[in-house]
Design a protein around this ligand. Structure first.
Ligand code: FE2
Length: 364
C-alpha cells in the first residue's frame, strides 16, 4: 500500500468566528453541555480578540470574536455572519503536513509557526480550502497545556451538564454550482483523501429542489468531508439559500456522534435547541424500510429522530435548525449502529422539512 503522505489523528478543533464569543460560549455550554476549558483575550495579554475554548469528550470548539472594527475576524463576521473559519486537523508533524500539501497545490493561509509557553510547544500551519475556510495542522505532541500556548485554563461559571456528545463524525461544506468536483479533486490530490460516496440529484431531490454531494475521507477514515453543490430544481435549492446568506462557500453542518441519541436529543430539546421536523407519517412505514432496530420506535417518534440502514448496519440522526439568524450553519446529531453511510433514505423527508422552513423565510 502506498504511504499516507498526510496522516491525521483526528479533528483537533473547530474554530468559529462570531459576533459575540462571550455569549456564544454560554449558549454552547448551557444548551449543548460543552465545558469551558481555556480562554485567551486582553486579560491574558492577547490584544484585539477573545477566544473561548469549549470541550465535551473528544470535541473541541473555539469561539472567537474581534474587539476591533477593522480586523480579519470582523470582516469575516460582517460578510458571513457567525460561521466556521477553521477545521483544524491533529497531526504528528505540522510542518511536514504543510509542505506535503503545498507541493501538491495547496494555497497557504499561514506558514508553519511554533508557539511556546511553560507547558511546552505547539506547531501550527494552515492551508486554504473552500470559501474563506482554512485547515490548520496542529502538532501538539510536545504540549501539556489546556489548549495552545497563550491560552489560560478557565472553568465554566455555570454547572455544565454533558449530554453524551462524543466526537465529530463529519463536517459538510457547501460550495457554488459547478465547484463540487473541483473541491473533491482538491481533497484527493492535495490531501490524499479518497472519494467515498457520490449522491446525484436523483438521490437528493424533492418536487422542488435538489443538490449533489460527494463524500471524501482520509486514509484512516477519521476525517470525513461531504461536499455539496446546488442542483437545478423548480425552486431554490437549500444550498443556494446557504450560499446567498453566507456569501461564499462554507461549512454547512457539523455532525456529532452520541451513543444514546434519545437521551441526547431529549436534553437538547429541554435546553431550547430546535430541530427540523418530519411528519408523524414518517414513522408509519419506517420499520418496513430499515428492519429491526434496538430502540423503541415510540421514543424515536417522540424525539422525531430519523432512521436509515445500509449493508453494514443502521444509523439514527436528527438535524437542528440553523444556530444563528442566517440560514447557514446547523448541527447533526448521529448515533451509528454499524452503518457507515449518511442517511440517504432520509434525504427526501429531510429536504421537504428544510423546504417548509425555507418557505417560512421567504427563500424557496
Ligand atoms: Fe451529515
Amino acid at each position: 500500500m502506498e504511504q499516507d503522505f498526510l496522516p491525521i489523528n483526528g479533528t483537533d478543533y473547530v474554530e468559529f468566528y462570531v459576533g459575540n464569543a462571550k455569549q456564544s460560549a454560554l449558549y454552547y455550554q448551557y444548551c449543548f453541555g460543552y465545558a469551558l476549558v481555556a480562554y485567551a483575550g486582553p486579560e491574558t495579554g492577547l490584544k484585539g480578540k477573545a477566544s473561548y475554548v469549549l470541550q465535551q469528550d473528544k470535541i473541541r470548539f473555539v469561539l472567537t470574536s474581534s474587539l476591533e472594527p477593522d480586523s480579519v475576524i470582523s470582516e469575516h463576521v460582517k460578510k458571513h455572519g457567525d460561521g466556521v473559519k477553521v477545521l483544524a486537523l491533529w497531526v504528528d508533524d505540522a510542518t511536514k503536513s504543510y509542505h506535503e500539501t503545498m507541493t501538491r497545490g495547496a494555497e497557504s493561509a499561514i506558514a508553519p509557526q511554533t508557539f511556546k509557553d511553560e507547558f511546552g510547544e505547539v506547531t501550527v500551519a494552515s492551508i486554504k480550502t473552500y470559501g474563506e475556510t482554512i485547515h490548520t495542522f496542529v502538532e501538539r505532541k510536545n504540549y501539556k497545556g489546556p489548549f495552545l500556548p497563550g491560552y489560560q485554563a478557565v472553568k465554566s461559571t455555570i454547572k455544565v451538564a454533558p449530554i453524551g456528545l462524543k466526537y465529530i463524525d463529519h463536517c459538510v461544506g457547501n460550495v457554488e454550482l459547478g465547484q463540487m468536483n473541483k473541491w473533491v479533486k482538491f481533497y484527493e490530490d492535495v490531501m490524499g483523501f479518497k472519494l467515498l460516496i457520490t449522491f446525484d440529484d436523483e438521490d437528493i431531490s424533492t418536487e422542488y429542489s435538489a443538490l449533489m454531494s460527494k463524500v471524501v475521507s482520509n486514509g484512516n477514515g477519521y476525517i470525513k468531508f461531504p461536499i455539496n453543490e446546488p442542483a437545478k430544481g423548480k425552486k431554490k435549492s437549500q444550498i443556494e439559500e446557504y450560499l446567498d446568506f453566507y456569501h461564499s462557500a462554507g461549512v454547512q453542518h457539523i455532525a456529532i456522534a452520541t451513543d444514546d441519541i434519545v437521551s441526547t436529543v431529549g436534553e437538547l430539546r429541554k435546553r431550547g435547541v430546535e430541530f427540523l421536523r418530519v411528519p408523524n407519517s414518517y414513522y408509519e412505514d419506517v420499520l418496513e424500510r430499515v428492519g429491526k432496530i434496538n430502540e423503541d420506535l415510540e421514543d424515536l417518534k417522540t424525539q422525531n429522530i430519523l432512521i436509515d440502514r445500509d449493508e453494514e448496519g443502521y444509523l439514527l440522526q436528527i438535524f437542528t435548525k440553523p444556530v444563528q439568524d442566517r440560514p447557514t450553519l446547523f448541527f447533526e446529531i448521529i448515533e451509528r449502529n454499524g452503518a457507515k453511510s449518511f442517511g440517504k433514505g432520509n434525504f427526501k423527508a429531510l429536504f421537504e422539512s428544510i423546504e417548509r422552513e425555507q418557505a417560512l423565510r421567504g427563500n424557496l
